[in-house]
Design a protein around this ligand. Structure first.
Ligand SMILES: Cc1ncc(COP(=O)(O)O)c(C=O)c1O
Length: 369
């Protein structure tokens, strides 16, 4: 790995040889478009895409493959959810109230603000878990299943049940970008209306993600074009396919989708070893010039040096080959709420070893002293 210690899995995971080889094999020997051709090769691509869709449905315990819509990533999915919800008949003549929280990633909260929705804040407790007793009444509830700064799992089922007690028709949207890295999503148990995550954080390529929709028939598409039409019925009319095709206009990122099938198998068998996080948490907590923010059992380790700017720190550890994330982590609201301009974050993937953890700690403690 060119002598670097890659501790930035939460930003994007490195790729296993199995994923790389699957994508090379597809591009070299199997490539064709999906959902259009009738030759044997095109039909084989259709069946490979269908296999991956079915695998993802199983991976997140969704009722079936028709609930799985391919997107280009979590951000794409979360933005598309806003468009789908805004087009619903019930919101034709009134504005939407969306409950968001301070642990939301920019990708989860900004699209609702940009849509002109009324925004209400869901209070959090002192450890940045949702305060389940104070879920606001809202049309939409955005849930960050795991913050990319705090690394703790939220109790998604409990939150959804509490929100439904306040408004039985609430539409629940789960940002599972970090949760899916460390734990099994259970779409059927959660009961969420939408769940979004990216492939690249679980070892698939960039450019592919998933938008799970519980009841796809409730929504009309947000994008139009090839691959979603049964027939054109008049100059200005058409008949659409059912889900998932009706939400997948245009050519999909086929190579990435096919790689994602292999990535899921690899990831399920090789989840990141959070013992490394606990080890580094203990070591950094002993350094009086380091302020550790995350809990010991968090999935990642967030901290800041007390005696230097976090961006200077990032540049210095980076120059010594340690790749970690510094800044506001696209979680500006959480940093504002914590009243700190930025943090540093260590996150591990299946490729990391105890040697990586020990060497990184030596380098960090050498810089922050
Ligand atoms: C919690 C969370 N939500 C959303 C995103 C956005 O994911 P992507 O950049 O893959 O669209 C990220 C990525 O860091 C994230 O950590």
């Amino acid at each position: 790995m060119n002598n670097i210690i890659y501790l930035d899995a939460a930003a994007s995971a490195l790729k296993s040889e199995s994923v790389i080889q699957r994508q090379v094999g597809f591009l070299t020997n199997e490539y064709a478009n999906a959902g259009r051709g009738i030759c044997a090769r095109a039909a084989a691509v259709d069946s490979s895409v269908a296999d991956v869709r079915a695998k993802i449905a199983k991976f997140i315990n969704a009722p079936g493959p028709d609930n799985i819509i391919f997107t280009s990533g979590t951000t794409d999915g979360l933005n598309r959810v806003v468009h789908l919800v805004c087009k619903m008949d019930e919101f034709a003549n009134r504005s939407i109230t969306a409950a968001v929280s301070d642990i939301d990633h920019h990708s989860a909260r900004m699209p609702w603000i940009a849509s002109g929705a009324n925004i209400v804040l869901c209070p959090m407790d002192e450890s940045w878990a949702y305060d389940v007793s104070q879920i606001p009444v809202a049309d939409v509830f955005v849930i960050t299943a795991m913050s990319n700064v705090m690394g703790m799992r939220q109790n998604v089922s409990e939150l959804i049940n509490a929100a439904r007690k306040k408004n039985p028709n609430v539409i629940t949207v789960v940002d599972a970008a970090q949760y899916v890295v460390h734990a099994d999503i259970n779409a059927s148990e959660w009961g969420a209306d939408f769940i979004c995550f990216s492939g690249h954080k679980i070892g698939a390529d960039t450019g592919v993600g998933v938008m799970y929709i519980k009841n796809p028939e409730r929504f009309t598409p947000d994008k139009f074009g090839g691959g979603m039409v049964v027939k054109i019925t008049g100059d200005t009319s058409w008949m659409l396919e059912n889900a998932p095709e009706k939400f997948e206009a245009g050519t999909m990122p086929l190579t990435q989708i096919i790689g994602m099938g292999v990535a899921i198998d690899y990831w399920k068998a090789n989840r990141p070893d959070t013992n490394l996080i606990e080890y580094m948490h203990d070591k950094l907590s002993e350094n009086p010039n380091v302020h550790v923010i995350t809990q010991r059992d968090a999935a990642l380790l967030t901290f800041y040096p007390k005696n230097m700017h976090v961006l200077d720190f990032g540049a210095m550890v980076g120059a010594r080959g340690v790749c970690l994330r510094v800044g506001n982590m696209c979680a500006g609201w959480l940093h504002n709420a914590m009243k700190i301009p930025g943090t540093a974050r260590i996150s591990v993937g299946p490729w990391n070893t105890m040697d990586d953890a020990q060497n990184a700690i030596k380098i960090i403690n050498d810089i922050v002293k």
